[in-house]
Design a protein around this ligand. Structure first.
Ligand code: UD1
Ligand code: MG
Length: 443
């Protein structure tokens, strides 16, 4: 058994989101808020994790199990308050941890080092430690009542006196407890308050009554901001994007206009990559050293090899695997296609379910016709092949190494290596046709 238990509360209804998706599954940088919080907890040494979910929330439970292997999941049947929610995880808590830390799943920007500091506060002797922050607008938050450095109580907004309402040091929701003391404390929390809920925050006064040390730690307001509505969700996204952009630049990536580049939490991007303005990274993108992503590209589930050049205005969809020095130009879409070293798809093309050999050249307006209305088929384009502009390659079809396809061809049969294939109507000219037409109209 580990030394510390993290109890993550994810049973909230989140009604202010006005959503059919539970609040804690709304995403920040492509990852559900709950998963962000669990990632911070999973990063702690010697820790177990318990997650409290609402009734009939298999989706939330699945997310918890997927994000934190080995987490215990508990159901809070009635939503009777945060203390009641923690007690839903009683079976885990009762195992006897040295520290129990309670986190809210709607606080997605929490940093691992802050959680470590909370654990340390209890190790250093606190019975209860609370993570506070200076709120620019404290409305709605529980206020930390501190006197001469000692935390006396937390007063919920709805229960606060006028004098307490002016306090700006607020409860972030993260509270760490001595593992030996937490159950007896929670057992005594009542619900005689403005909301008629069992408030976890009452633990502070009870612990003090028992003569335990109660301390407040302070975090940055931006780290502990909770998400209760879509505007706060957007703000959390904004802050997370700032973090991801800063991390990319620190690791040697040039962002020409950082504010317009949108990362996913798992974007992997190498040194000396340049990203021009207005680029969106969806999930699962790997960009290798020295690649250049020009303006207005949308990328997801793809690998961009070293020194490749993408865009402007390119769309790379899942399974696009581009090797070293590949060039993908404007208005090109690539899906589930392996493109070997130095191949070029420079303009207005769709390459899907395909293999493209090294140094092949795909002319403007080329389409791999991969879908026949019921099934998808593969197109194979050999190394050094040249596909003339505005060609349709009707899959399944294979173009041999070094073959040449004439512009405007509709290719329905395999083309051998080094061969020329032309598949279009022959051009005919009718001499003097225009003059004869004109004469007809004038008479
Ligand atoms: C809570 C704190 C408040 C703090 C604020 C920070 C209490 C009593 N109040 O208020 O001091 O300033 O967070 O954002 O703790 N939850 C359950 N089951 C319940 C009730 C809540 O799982 O029965 C979960 C929610 O999913 C949420 C968290 O607990 O993740 C906080 O609940 P919420 O109702 O949002 O509390 P606040 O009013 O924001
Ligand atoms: Mg809240």
């Amino acid at each position: 058994m580990a030394d510390t238990l993290f109890v993550v509360l994810a049973a909230g209804e989140g009604t202010r989101m006005r959503s059919s998706t539970p609040k804690v599954l709304h995403r920040i940088a492509g990852l559900p808020m709950l998963a962000h919080v669990l990632a911070a907890a999973c990063g702690q040494a010697d820790a177990d994790i318990a997650v409290v979910v609402g009734p009939d929330r298999d989706d939330v439970a699945d997310c918890a199990r997927k994000s934190a292997a080995g987490a215990s999941v508990f159901v809070q049947a009635d939503r009777l308050g945060t203390a009641h929610a923690v007690l839903s995880a009683r079976d885990s808590i009762a195992q006897g941890y040295a520290q129990v830390v309670v986190l809210f799943a709607d606080t997605p920007l929490m940093k691992p080092e802050t959680l470590a500091a909370m654990v340390r506060a209890v190790r250093d002797g606190a019975g209860v430690a609370v993570l506070g922050f200076e709120a620019p607008d404290p409305t709605g938050y529980g206020r930390l009542v501190v006197e001469e450095g000692a935390l006396l109580a937390i007063r919920e907004d709805k229960d606060a006196s006028e004098a307490e309402k002016v306090i700006t040091l607020c409860n972030s929701g993260v509270m760490a407890f001595s593992g030996k003391k937490i159950l007896p404390i929670l057992g005594r929390i009542g619900n005689a308050n403005a909301k008629g809920e069992y408030y976890l925050t009452d633990a502070v006064e009870i612990a003090r009554g028992d003569g335990l040390a109660t301390v407040a730690l302070e975090a940055d307001a931006e780290e502990v901001g909770g998400v209760n509505d879509r505007a706060q969700l957007a703000h959390a996204e904004f802050l997370m994007q700032q973090r991801l952009r800063a991390a990319a630049m620190t690791s040697g990536v040039t962002l020409r206009d950082p504010a317009s580049v949108h990362f996913n939490h798992d974007t992997r991007i190498g040194r000396d990559v340049t990203v021009e303005p207005n680029v969106v990274f969806g999930p699962g993108v790997v960009v290798e050293e020295g690649a250049e992503i020009r303006a207005f590209c949308h990328l997801e589930g793809c690998r961009i090899g070293a020194g490749a050049q993408i865009g402007p205005f390119a769309r790379l969809r899942p399974g696009a695997d581009l090797s070293t020095g590949v060039k993908i130009g404007n208005f090109v879409e690539i899906k589930n296609a392996k493109i070997a070293d130095g191949a070029k798809v420079n303009h207005l093309s769709y390459v899907g379910d395909a293999t493209v050999g090294a140094a092949a050249n795909i002319g403007a307006g080329t389409i791999t016709c991969n879908y026949d209305g019921s099934a998808k088929h593969h197109t194979n384009i050999g190394a050094g092949a040249f596909i003339g502009s505005n060609s349709a390659l009707v899959a399944p079809v294979s173009i041999g190494d070094g073959a040449y396809v004439g512009s405007g061809s509709v290719i329905t049969k395999d083309v051998p290596g080094e061969a020329l294939a032309v598949a279009r109507a022959r051009q005919t000219e009718i001499p003097g046709w225009v003059a004869r037409q004109r004469a007809k109209h004038e008479s």
